[in-house]
Design a protein around this ligand. Sequence first.
Ligand SMILES: Cc1ncc(COP(=O)(O)O)c(C=O)c1O
Length: 474
Amino acid sequence: MTTQNSNKLLDNQISSVSPPAPGELSPENREVPAAYPKSAEIFSHNRRFIPGGVVSVNRAVQPEIAFVKGQGAHVWDADGNQYIDYHAAFAPHFLGHNDPHVTDAVISVLRKGDSLYGSGTTELEGRLAELICRNIPTVESVQFLNTGSEATYQAIRLARAVTHRDHIVVMQGGYNGWHDDVSCNLMTPLDVIGLRVSPGEYPYIPISAGIPFEHQKLVHPVNFNDLDSVESVCQKYSIAALITEPILQNIGIIKPEAGYLEGLRRLADRYGFILIFDEVKTGFRHAIGGYAKIAGVTPDLVVFGKAMANGYPIAALGGKKELMEWFVHPDPAQRVLLAGTYNAHPVPTVAAIATIERLLMEDGEVYRHVERLGQQMQKGLEAIFRVLGFEAVVARQGSAFCIYFMDHCPKDWHDLAGHHDFGFDEQLRRGLIKGGIYFFPIAAKQCSISSAHSEEDIEVTLGQIRNQLSEMLR
Ligand SMILES: Cc1ncc(COP(=O)(O)O)c(C=O)c1O
């Protein structure tokens, strides 16, 4: 285990190639200020009052653009530039920005005079809970929180309470939020984690300062797609929980190999740990029941967020009733505290109801639509790579995709970090932004298509990618 939190590492979480420490940009990365003068003004104003000028460090990227409007598949910046958006605010906007169905529901709940009461239950939270439990059979009971991080925190705490164990397993290359258990080992540079370890674990490499060393000893990062490593950790420690995204979607799209998720289920049953699927990114985007539904594997607990309310702040933690009942355990010493002033606030709650109702319409037509667009994007990209003679692959699940400049789809972080051309990827993304296509300008970040995208949007995007790559070749 390592105690250090190297700055190099922290920078590399933000950008693996040319890391901008928030507020301190190296000259070669600095955009010519004249390119986005109004954005520059907003950043400069905000830096006077907000450290680094942004309220989530993950949003501190180059070029510095302040957005002012989002509608459907498009966003506009303060300088009047329009973009086809594939960032989708880190993926929640599955129906596109300001989906009219969701917006109308939000306006009507406010007009009706609904408020946050903070005492007792509400009809709305019951409606949302029923909608989720009826449509996701593996969720027998559910609780609501405001963010994905809160929900993964509570899932892990619940698992520890139920098993009376402290250790947990996380994935190298996974992201499950900002709290102490999980803010570690994301895009860890290879010179920091060293050679591939299998079977076995990597040192806990924090992505934040301030995480107690004693706590770090409880967390065991292993490779994704590596059952032997999970088993070896289970033989060494009493594991309370394993938490994983079923597809690693914070380092692009890294899919589980055949049998991997089933294998995790078997190991959970054999070693008695709680299997937690973090479906904050995959849930509702790939299917109402998340990727677990597609894979046919049942976790003990599951966490949803993001696409669940199409951009409004709400998350859900659900699963087996016998586990969820620990939140109201009759013995106060065993009870798990779940509390939150804003839990199930009427605005995000009604947004979630409207989003899920919309996803259920026409027998899931939204999913068929985004799959068609995803295929169009993938085929178009593959044709461009063939014609231009690029070594590149497209990893995709439905509406979510990532281009890797390497000869195969990676199976874990080590594979990706060792083969992907991060510099080239970042150069492409920055070039696309200049051409009105917003791919988040950090290499290996997932791109998200929404149901508001059209075939024409995809064609325009492919044209820009073709132009940009041809230029980069020159
Ligand atoms: C898979 C996953 N889990 C958890 C989180 C944390 O969610 P939030 O940012 O809402 O706290 C994220 C955020 O990106 C995520 O992608």
